[in-house]
Design a protein around this ligand. Structure first.
Ligand SMILES: *[C@@H]1O[C@H](CO)[C@@H](O)[C@H](O)[C@H]1NC(C)=O
Length: 449
């Protein structure tokens, strides 16, 4: 322990050790030079080992800190991070291009993490939500926007709904959630009056999941329990489709393993007449954080990821630790045939978009998200583009830019305006890594073609 501490400054212990050696040497003038050399070599070897051990320990803790910064607002300095954030020349190239240039030949790097060219949009800031939110959920019913749950930070989760009124641009109400309801990674859908909430993560950090499911009557603000999901899921794709609540994909009990199961439950007016969930055709690819959207007779599942952070084994607070994850831009569709069809993928892989979408004029609009990690720094990269999926042609386009890159945004559309609130934003225009959890609300006039 002491040696490791000393080795923090390799010059000092070396000096004091040699000084000690000399003193020792002076008092014992009869020692043979051979034993002096042996002692010297032993000390040097020991010191060398200590330095190596310390470097190893330092690199581990740097890595550990960097994991934390992917999730929450922290000012902890991180070595690689600094390198990536330092603009190194003044040309107009995207900063990711600069990193790639600096760190190695660009042609060996996948470019899916980089910003895509997109028109700049004018955004207008609206009143912020009462609390900041990461991994919140939302449902829009006419001019009313219900914003659910989420993390304020890793050690605090919300257990209420904030309500925004698009017609007056004000946060107007707060509704308490049932104590047994999940706080993040839930499944959510609505029929225009009742909101259905399914499973999800119960608690802070990377806590365990619950199967508990509920409905909320937004007219009376009354909650009712629904039959629990057959097995818990984190952030499953969830949608109300042809009178049944469909729940599929998500992560399994350990928060990381993708589930492919697909269940449905007949629901009407916030209740079910069925005793249990029904098995449906499994989704081709499992995993959490996808957009799930029903349009007419078709059900779309868009983007998402396989793998996620999971609780550190044995951690009493379920401390989040990073695991391998792959983000994708796949689009799957179910229609009357009840067979999954594969449609053109998103312009880039995109995850954390469960509530980041709206349907406008026969198009799906998606805002922000997370994409592939940076191939060199391995940091999580946020998305700042707005995507349009044309439901008539099944084609994607990149139509605009958000005020900053952000994930887990909650998106709405009212009276020609595209709104988003909350999420975790980037470190700045030159740094697409996640940092601050925000409650900011923005809107822009939407003009689709
Ligand atoms: C949607 O279509 C209508 C009718 O063509 C048009 O007036 C409106 O501007 C469109 N909305 C957007 C957001 O582009």
């Amino acid at each position: 322990m002491a040696l490791i501490f000393q080795a923090n400054n390799p010059k000092k212990p070396m000096a004091s050790l040699t000084a000690g050696f000399h003193r020792h040497n002076n008092h014992r003038s009869h020692s043979s030079s051979a034993s002096k050399i042996i002692i010297f070599f032993c000390l040097s070897a020991f010191l060398g080992l200590a330095i190596i051990a310390n470097l190893f320990r330092a690199s581990l803790s740097t890595h550990y800190l960097s994991i934390a910064t992917n999730w929450v607002d922290t000012n902890a300095p991180v070595l690689i991070l600094k390198l990536a954030a330092t603009p190194h020349n003044s040309n107009n190239k995207g900063k990711d291009g600069k990193i790639a240039q600096r760190m190695g030949p660009q042609r060996f790097l996948s470019a899916t993490f980089a910003d895509l060219p997109a028109p700049e949009w004018q955004w207008e800031q609206m009143p912020s939500a009462p609390v900041p939110r990461l991994d919140g959920y939302s449902i829009q019913i006419k001019n009313t926007f219900y914003v659910f749950a989420g993390y304020a930070h890793l050690d605090h989760v919300h257990s209420h709904i904030d309500v925004f009124d698009f017609s007056i641009n004000k946060w107007v109400d707060q509704i308490k959630m049932p104590n047994e309801m999940a706080h993040s990674h839930l499944g959510i859908a609505s029929d225009g009056r009742y909101i259905y909430i399914v499973s999800g993560q119960y608690g802070t950090q990377c806590s365990g999941p619950t199967t508990a499911s509920f409905s909320l009557d937004t007219a009376t603000k009354k909650w009712k329990p629904l039959p629990p999901l057959p097995a818990p899921r984190y952030a499953p794709a969830t949608q109300l489709w042809k009178g049944r609540l469909h729940v599929m994909g998500g992560s399994k009990e350990n928060r990381h393993t993708p589930g492919r199961d697909h269940w449905s439950l007949a629901v009407k007016d916030g209740e079910t007449l069925e005793q249990q969930w029904r098995d449906e055709v499994p989704i081709p690819r499992g995993g959490p954080h996808r957009a799930c959207i029903a349009v007419n007779d078709r059900l779309f599942v868009i983007g998402g990821q396989e793998g996620d952070f999971m609780a550190k084994p044995g951690s009493p607070i379920f401390k989040c630790s990073r695991r391998h994850e792959v983000v994708y831009g796949d689009v799957y569709m179910l229609d009357d045939e009840m067979k999954w069809k594969i449609l053109p993928p998103m312009p880039k892989p995109d995850s954390h978009i469960e509530c980041a979408w709206v349907i406008v004029n026969n198009s799906i609009i998606i805002t922000g998200g997370t994409t592939e990690k940076h191939p060199v720094t391995k940091r999580m990269m946020l998305v700042g583009e707005v995507f349009q999926f044309h439901l008539d042609t099944m084609k994607w386009s990149v139509i605009g830019k958000l005020p900053y890159r952000i994930k887990t945004t909650l998106t709405g559309f009212w009276d020609g305006w595209l709104y988003f609130t909350s999420g975790q934003r980037d470190r700045g225009p030159d740094n697409p890594q996640p940092k601050k959890v925000v409650g900011e609300t923005w809107r822009t006039k939407l003009h689709l073609s």
